[in-house]
Design a binder for this molecule. Sequence first.
Ligand SMILES: Cc1cc2nc3c(=O)[nH]c(=O)nc-3n(C[C@H](O)[C@H](O)[C@H](O)COP(=O)(O)OP(=O)(O)OC[C@H]3O[C@@H](n4cnc5c(N)ncnc54)[C@H](O)[C@@H]3O)c2cc1C
Length: 502
Amino acid sequence: MPFAEHSTALPSFLDKVRHAFSESASVLSDNMEHYDKATLPWQGRPLGVIVPHRGDIIPALLKLASEDTVPLHAIARGRSWGLGSSLPPRNAVLLDLSKLDRILDIDMQAGTARIEPGVTFQALQDRLKAEGLAFHLPSFGGPVDASVLANALERGEGAGPCGDRFAHLWDIDVALATGERFRTGHSRYQADHLSSHHARPAGPLLEGLFSQSGFGVVLSGQIGLQPTLPYMAMMLAELGPAEKLKAVLPVLKRILNAGLVPPHALALWNGAKRVSSLAGRYLSDQDRQALKPEDWALSLMIGAPHPDLLTLTSRILASELEPLTDTLTLQHDRDEKGQRLETPMTGFSTGQNVLSVYAGKAHPPETPGNPDQDRCGFLWLCPVLPFEADALIHLDHLVKEINRDQPFFTALGLQAVSARAFHAYVSLAWDRDLEGADARAMQAHERLWQDFSTQGWAPYRLGLPDIAKLPPASDDWPHVLKRLKKALDPQDILSPGRLPGL
Ligand SMILES: Cc1cc2nc3c(=O)[nH]c(=O)nc-3n(C[C@H](O)[C@H](O)[C@H](O)COP(=O)(O)OP(=O)(O)OC[C@H]3O[C@@H](n4cnc5c(N)ncnc54)[C@H](O)[C@@H]3O)c2cc1C
C-alpha cells in the first residue's frame, strides 16, 4: 500500500523509533532547516530525520520502516552540493549516518582502512598522517567534511592511481530493508584477515548493486588506499584556446598508454574553472577580468620511488608537451630544505574549490559557510566524453554560448579515467536570491542535457534534477531492475525515485 504522508502513519512510525531505539538514535520531526535546503530547486523534502548512533540498529530500523511502509533516504554527511545536498529524490524520512564515524580498522602494511559512512576526508587523512602516511587518500576538490564512503559509493574521484574510489571499495557491510545484513567480501566466510588484503571472493560481486542505487544502506566498507611515493610533482601546462587540444590530446593519449602517468592523474580545465577553483578566495573584480574562459590548462601528477625516475619522467613529459604549450611549470611537494609539504599530491584535500560554489553570488557572505544556507545556486552535470579533441572543443563552445546568453558562472573540468574517456564536470553557479535565476538555471540545465544526448554523451553520475532526464532503456533492463529492487526492498521504502522508472 502506498505511504500516505499526512496520515498518522508517519508520527506513529517516528514514535516507534523513539521508543525502540531511545538510547541509540535521535529523531527529529520539526526544526529540519539544516536538512531541507539545497543549492538548486527541488521538490523532495525531508519528512523527519533519524540519526542513528550505532550501525547495528539499522537492519531492525529498516525492517520497522518496511512494516510501516515509511520511505527512508540515507545521507552520510549531506554534502552533495550541486547534486541535491541532503534532499531526498521524493519526500522521505532522512537517515542521517553522520554519527557513524568510526575508523573500524586500519592496516598500514596492506594499505586499507575499514570505515563507517560518517568518516570524513579530513578525519581519515588526519589518521593516515598520524600513522606515518605510507598510504594516503587520493585528494579531491570537494568539501573535506564529506564522507569518504559515500563518495566511493557514488563513484566519486580523486587524483592519482587510486583515484577511482569505487574501484577501491570492497567488502561492504550492507543492511537491507528486509532487516537482513551481509558482507560482500571475504568476511562473510569468516576470513576477516583476508578482507584487508583481497577484494573479490569467489562468486558474484554485489558491491555494484549498492552504488548509485539506494538498494540498501551501507554500514561500513573497506577502502584501498594509495601508496605515498617519496617523490611527487605536479606539472602544469597553459594551453591557450580549446583548438590547441587537437594537437595536445594525441600526445596525452600516448603518455597515458605508455604508463608514464596514470589516468586519474590527468585533469584539464577551462579558464572559469581554474580561476574559481584555484583562487582560494572569493573572485575579485581583478580575478574576473583575468578570467579568460577561452584559455585551457592541464595538470599531470607525477610520482616516483626514486628522484632520478621523477626527473626522467618530468623531462620526457616536458619534451612532449613543451612544443605544444604556452608555459610549463613543475611544482614539487617539498620546500627548499627538502621538507615534505602537505599538498593534494599526498592526499591533503584543501576544500578551497568549495568557494567556486559562491562564484554566482552577487553578495557572498563575509565567511563562506554552508552553501545551502547561504542561498548559493550551484549544480553539476557529469557527462562521459570520448578522449577526442572534437568532443572537448564542442563542450567548450557550448559552455561559452550558455555563458554569453545567461548571467551564470559556468565552469568546466575533465578528469581522464583512461586513455579512452574523460569524466567531464560542468558546473553552473548563480544567485538563488536573484528573481528568476533558479528558473534560468534549470533552462540552462535542460539545454546542456539536450546537447549532451544529441552528442551521445551519457552521464556517469546523476544529480537529483538529472534522474528524470535519462532516456528509457530499450531492452529488458527496467523489468530486471524492478525485480532486483523488489527482492532487496519489497516495500520500496529506500530512496524511492532514486532511479528512473522505480
Ligand atoms: C566544489 C565542489 C567540488 C567537488 N569536487 C569533487 C571531486 O573532485 N570529486 C568527487 O568525487 N566529488 C566532488 N564533489 C562532489 C561532492 O563533494 C561529493 O559527492 C561528496 O562526497 C558527497 O557528499 P557526502 O559525502 O556528504 O554524501 P551524501 O550527500 O551524504 O550522500 C551522497 C549519496 O550517497 C548515498 N549514500 C550516502 N551514504 C550511504 C550509505 N551509507 N549507504 C547507501 N547510500 C549512501 C546518499 O543517498 C546520496 O545519494 C565536489 C563538490 C563540490 C561542491
